[in-house]
Design a binder for this molecule. Sequence first.
Ligand code: ASP
Length: 345
Amino acid sequence: MTPKHRASWAAVFIAAAIGCGSPGPEQEMEVRRNWAIAIHGGAGHFGEEDLTAEQQAVYTASLSAALAAGEGVLQQGGTSVEAVEAVIRIMEDDSLFNAGRGAVFTAEGIQELDASIADGLTRNCGAVTGIRGYRHPISVARSVMDSSEHVFFSGHGAGAFAAAMGHEPALDEWFFTKKAHKRYLRAKRRAVKTDALADKKGTVGCVALDSQGNLAAGTSTGGMTYKKHGRIGDSPIIGAGTWADNRTCAVSATGWGEYFIRTGVAQDIHGRMLHGDETLVEACRSAIFDEMGELGGDGGVVALDATGTIALVCNSAGMFRAWSSPDGRGVSMFGATLEGTVEVK
Ligand code: ASP
């Protein structure tokens, strides 16, 4: 049985387990969602008590609007790569999230952005880190994937590539928000005493499965508040924060990037499925709880397999997340998805 077939069986089992219909045995290998999508808006130490009803409504509306853009692309037969880029562009423009406009500040008081995108069909990918002055880092990452012989550009090189490709520039004022700046000033005051990096959330990410059966993933972020000069987190690193391979899964991560890099979370999930016989959900659980979490890291992933099984798995108190497929859509924020209660849609 190929990993893809195993994923099909897993999807059927999970769909049946959550009451999405229980097909007879002869149908089991047939069941496959025509399209599916999941997004996140960051993970962190926040619970219901930390957000007012109005704030929750604002996050719900933002997540829902971004999701709708991806749903539209997929329902009209667009590709998973197009859906991922469309969703993330909206979230990069939404100052609620730590990506594009609203990105957090570095220890030097500037905004340096990271993004990556991966195509499960071709197993091609593109990424940028430390890019400044371009409105949509995810689109620059896509250009790296589509139009460059390289896969990863940093700093001024990423900017030079973005300029050469005609990407939309944006001034510092575009990215500035009072919220992110206040967080930076607070982190600066505490920098010598506490771990300023603990104050994080808002990275955005998306995974999608299109009607052609192709997976894609993307992630975009400002990183972590008060990150040191040149620090690179997991979000632009293919294999840590982002992964897509039609044989196994699409993954976008959010959380304490150093730990996601140390355990290669996104590629760990892929490897467990490809070589270790694990289902999407088992692989996400192992990578988040047994590996990354064991070292002391926190955060989560949104992930899909080629049958449209959606896994939303985190060990943090909260993760902004939303998902959709022909079976329905939803948004949620609170509650770590602890072992045994992994959130599966
Ligand atoms: N993973 C991101 C980073 O470490 C931050 C986040 O997801 O909140 O840069």
